[in-house]
Design a protein around this ligand. Structure first.
Ligand code: TYD
Length: 192
């Protein structure tokens, strides 16, 4: 039996991690995970991506993809095979949006690379927590390498997520991230 694969996406400071934790409390048999950086190899890749030197844009893509491959094969698929509901904080859509819409790399090629990295594992449901870029950034206490990009980058990211959601309305649901946390969790749990 295969479990349900749910991903949470959104710009910085949208409250995905808080929502993920609330969902794990509300729903049975959930595995909570995130990208980048679940697992020992992932943690090293995460460090290089978010707290290291400046990176070439394609180097950045390949690091996110390497992390994703390891994550899919080592964590996500095994949990789905056990019938768990996997809730993943960011996944392939973040690459299309941040590296594609944000850094202006070709989105169709990024979609293909995602398919290669994941062997085609696509979420059953993707919840977008939407809020204006500036509002999200102002919620952050510490800023990593991506957070320090200019506001215009984060605005492209927000628009990119909304475009992706429109492109595949069967898979995506958009929620207003400025709702009170409890209400947001109730609504998201209702979707899963
Ligand atoms: P993280 O600290 O996990 O924060 P959050 O997910 O709460 O924003 O940072 C992950 C950062 O990496 C975030 O800025 C989005 C970015 N990212 C990409 O640019 N591409 C990707 O494929 C993924 C998974 C994340």
């Amino acid at each position: 039996m295969s479990g349900r694969f749910v991903t949470l996406e959104g710009p910085e400071g949208a409250g995905k991690s808080t929502l993920a934790a609330a969902l794990a409390k509300r729903l049975p048999n959930v595995l909570l995970t995130r990208e980048p950086g679940d697992g020992p190899v992932g943690r090293k890749i995460r460090e290089a991506l978010l707290h290291g030197d400046e990176l070439d844009s394609w180097t950045e893509v390949f690091l996110f993809l390497a992390d994703r491959r390891q994550h899919v094969e080592g964590v996500i698929r095994p949990a789905l095979d056990q019938g768990k509901t996997v809730i993943c904080d960011r996944y392939a859509d973040s690459t299309v949006v941040y590296q594609g819409h944000g850094r202006d790399l070709p989105v169709d090629l990024l979609r293909k690379l995602n398919r290669l990295a994941t062997s085609g594992l696509t979420p059953d449901l993707t919840i977008l927590l939407d809020l204006p870029a500036e509002a999200g950034l102002s919620r952050l206490a510490d800023k990593d390498r991506m957070d320090r990009e200019p506001l215009s980058f984060h605005e492209r990211v927000r628009e990119g997520f909304l475009m992706e959601a429109k492109r595949d309305p069967d898979r995506w649901r958009v929620l207003d991230a400025s709702l009170p946390a409890d209400e947001l969790a109730d609504r998201a749990a209702g979707l899963i």
